[in-house]
Design a binder for this molecule. Structure first.
Ligand SMILES: Nc1ncnc2c1ncn2[C@@H]1O[C@H](COP(=O)(O)OP(=O)(O)O)[C@@H](O)[C@H]1O
Ligand SMILES: [Mg+2]
Length: 178
């Protein structure tokens, strides 16, 4: 789905700001932290956008968080190219080449929507496999091995979406892109 002209302009402004390392550091204390994952802190940018920053950015130089952003971006590009109309994933709008930030669509958190690891999730993953299975299978692993914690899912218009594409990206990399 296309961004409106207004939201495209807002996105461009954020991209410019985030390129400045000083701004990027300051933003960490100014923005509202939605939640923290294993690799990343996720902040609200308003206007339906979230910002994902590596958790370890200002500590040692362990690169997992940045790699998670890069994998999410790679996964998004590959999956959305294959199924441009598919609405099972949060949209990713931009990512720094070095993975130091990523901007994605904000969705409702599954845990806030009373998310459970249930039949609904199972049905979702069956459909996901029908759509993308050939991109995920590498002969040894399939989505059954993936990280299906309910906090990696969100809700858009009452329907589940995957909001952490990082692990999908990991599998794509091993199964499809390399
Ligand atoms: N697009 C999003 N919209 C709303 N909340 C999000 C979004 N992406 C992530 N979150 C929140 O941030 C948490 C961590 O994000 P996630 O992408 O899973 O990071 P990690 O890769 O570090 O696990 C999620 O469990 C969720 O609560
Ligand atoms: Mg996660």
């Amino acid at each position: 789905m296309r961004l409106s002209a207004k939201r495209s302009a807002i996105l461009e402004q954020w991209k410019t700001r985030l390129q400045d390392p000083v701004e990027l550091k300051e933003l960490r204390s100014q923005l509202w932290l939605i939640n923290m994952g294993n690799m990343r802190r996720v902040y609200s940018l308003g206007d339906g956008f979230v910002l994902k920053l590596p958790r370890n950015q200002d500590k040692s130089c362990t690169p997992e968080g940045r790699r998670a952003n890069q994998r999410e971006w790679t996964a998004w590009l590959a999956l959305s190219r294959k199924r441009p109309r598919c609405s099972m994933l949060t949209r990713v709008y931009a990512c720094a080449p070095d993975g130091s930030w990523l901007i994605a669509e904000k969705v409702e958190e599954n845990r806030l929507a009373g998310g459970t690891f249930d039949k609904r999730l199972r049905r979702f993953m069956m459909a996901f496999t029908r759509y993308y299975g050939d991109m995920l299978l590498d002969g040894k692993c399939s989505w059954w091995c993936l990280d299906l914690g309910y906090n990696n899912f969100g809700v858009r218009d009452g329907r589940l979406v995957i909001l952490d594409l990082e692990y999908v990206g990991g599998y794509l990399k091993s199964a499809f892109l390399v």
